[in-house]
Design a binder for this molecule. Sequence first.
Ligand code: FES
Length: 172
Amino acid sequence: MSDRSQLLDAGRPFAFDETREAEFTRLEPRYPERDSLIMPALWLVQEQQGWISREAMEYVAERTGAYHAQVFELATFYTMYHLRPPGKHHICICRTLSCYLREKQLLVDWLAANLDLVPGAVTEDGRFSLEEVECLGHCGSAPVVQVDGVFYEDMDEEKLGALIEDLRSEAI
Ligand code: FES
């Protein structure tokens, strides 16, 4: 699993655009407990920027009135939050028990061998990124891979290869 404690700077301050500001304002009254607003606010950041930079975490802390450490804890704990710009196609491989026992490592190794892609990284051409994640909730059909939010169950190297080939053949 990649090191999620290393934050990346975007090199510019973050602020919600008009659409996200309106959504944040709509959500605020629903979360009288301000800490509960951190996760939806992080989600809005990711929707806008594609990932969550250090500056954006500071912004979320300011907007929600939370401690920076609380925002950091949530953003780094949940792998659904991207802490660096993802590739065009984001691949998640479940690393939890059922998938571990059903050889999820073969899939990770296949990506390393064929795309030179390791967990936490993006391919040189920016087309694929990989993250190892906790249980994706489809343990009965392990090993499970999620690509761009779509689940692929009972995966093996051959199916993964075919899937990557399909994605590669898309127009850039
Ligand atoms: S252990 Fe992999 S989906 Fe649950």
